[in-house]
Design a protein around this ligand. Structure first.
Ligand SMILES: [Zn+2]
Length: 299
C-alpha cells in the first residue's frame, strides 16, 4: 500500500476547500434567487431598496413636471392679472400694484426643511412657493373681477343719468350760457342755460334717465318741465308749448317728453335748456355731444 505524499495531501485539501466554496456560493446564490422570487421572504431588504430608488426617481420626475406645469399656470395668471389691471383702468379703479400681487411669495425665509436630499428639498420648496403664489394671485384676481363688475354697474347707472344728449334739434349759440343782454328785458343778466331755436311743436327728449319732478308754468320760463336725474343732477326745459309726461313719471334718455313753444318771456319759439348740479347752473354744452342724438337711445 502506497502512502500519500505531502503534495497529494495538500492538493486534496485545496480541492476540498474550492469545492466547499463553490457549493457555498451556489447555495447562497440559490437562496438569494429563491428569496427574490418569493418577494424577499427572508427580509433581506435588497428589493425594497431597489423599489424605493425607482419610486424616488419617479417622484422626483413628477415633482419636476408639476413645478413646470404650475409655473405655466402662474404665467397665465399673471397675464390675466395684467388684463385685469387694464379693465380696472376702464372701470375707473386703481391698478393692483406689483407689491400686492407679489405678496403671496414667502421668499427664502419661509423655506421648509423636508429632511430630504438638497435637490428634493429644493424641488418641494419651489413647488410649494409656486403653488402659494398661484393661489394668492387667483384669490386677488377673483376679488378684483368682482370689484370691476360692481364698479362697471355703478358707472353704467351713473352714465345713464348724465344729461348726455341735446334734448332738441335746432340751432344754438355756443356762447349762450353766462352773462348776456336779455332780448326782452334789455338788461344784462345771467343766462343759466342755452337756447335752442326751432319751430313750435318740435319734439323735446329727456336728456337722461330720471323722474319728472315738475310740470307747469314757472314765471318767465313759461310752461316748464323739470327732470331729477339723481346724483344731484337736474335738467330744466322752458318756453314749452306742450308737456307729454306727468310728475313722478320715470323717463329714459331719449324719451319724448314735451314740444317746443314760445311761452313765458320769449320773443320767438325756442327751448330754454338748463343743467343743474346741486342747484347750481352748469353750461349744458359741457354735458352733451352734438353727434349723439335722442334716436340713438330709442329702440
Ligand atoms: Zn334761455
Amino acid at each position: 500500500m502506497k502512502s500519500l505524499t505531502f503534495h497529494e495531501v495538500r492538493w486534496a485539501r485545496t480541492r476540498l476547500i474550492v469545492m466547499g466554496l463553490l457549493m457555498g456560493g451556489c447555495m447562497l446564490w440559490s437562496l438569494i434567487a429563491i428569496n427574490h422570487h418569493y418577494g424577499d421572504v427572508l427580509g433581506l431588504g435588497f428589493i425594497q431598496q431597489t423599489a424605493l430608488i425607482n419610486e424616488n426617481r419617479v417622484l422626483q420626475n413628477q415633482l419636476q413636471f408639476l413645478t413646470h406645469q404650475l409655473n405655466g399656470i402662474q404665467k397665465q395668471l399673471n397675464l390675466l392679472g395684467d388684463k385685469g389691471n387694464e379693465m380696472r383702468l376702464h372701470a375707473d379703479l386703481p391698478k393692483l400694484d406689483e407689491d400686492m400681487r407679489k405678496a403671496g411669495t414667502g421668499g427664502i425665509e419661509s423655506r421648509i426643511d423636508f429632511t430630504s436630499s438638497i435637490s428634493v428639498n429644493s424641488l418641494l420648496n419651489n413647488l410649494r412657493s409656486t403653488a402659494e403664489q398661484a393661489d394668492h394671485e387667483l384669490h386677488l384676481q377673483a376679488s378684483s373681477y368682482e370689484e370691476i363688475e360692481s364698479a362697471y354697474e355703478k358707472n353704467k347707472v351713473r352714465f345713464s343719468h348724465l344729461p348726455a344728449i341735446k334734448p332738441m334739434d335746432g340751432f344754438y349759440n355756443k356762447n349762450g350760457f353766462g352773462m348776456r343782454f336779455h332780448p326782452i328785458l334789455h338788461i344784462v343778466r345771467p343766462h343759466e342755460g342755452i337756447d335752442i331755436d326751432n319751430e313750435v311743436g318740435t319734439p323735446i327728449y329727456a336728456a337722461a334717465e330720471g323722474t319728472i319732478e315738475f310740470t307747469g308754468h314757472q314765471g318767465g320760463y313759461g310752461l316748464t318741465l323739470e327732470i331729477n336725474h339723481g346724483f344731484s343732477l337736474k335738467t330744466r326745459y322752458g318756453h314749452l308749448s306742450k308737456i307729454l309726461v306727468h310728475e313722478g313719471q320715470r323717463v329714459k334718455r331719449g324719451e319724448l317728453v314735451a314740444r317746443c313753444g314760445n311761452s313765458g318771456l320769449s320773443s320767438a319759439p325756442h327751448l330754454h335748456y338748463e343743467v343743474r348740479v346741486n342747484g347750481v347752473a352748469q353750461n349744458p354744452i359741457d354735458y352733451f355731444f352734438d353727434d349723439v342724438h335722442a334716436s340713438d337711445f330709442q329702440n
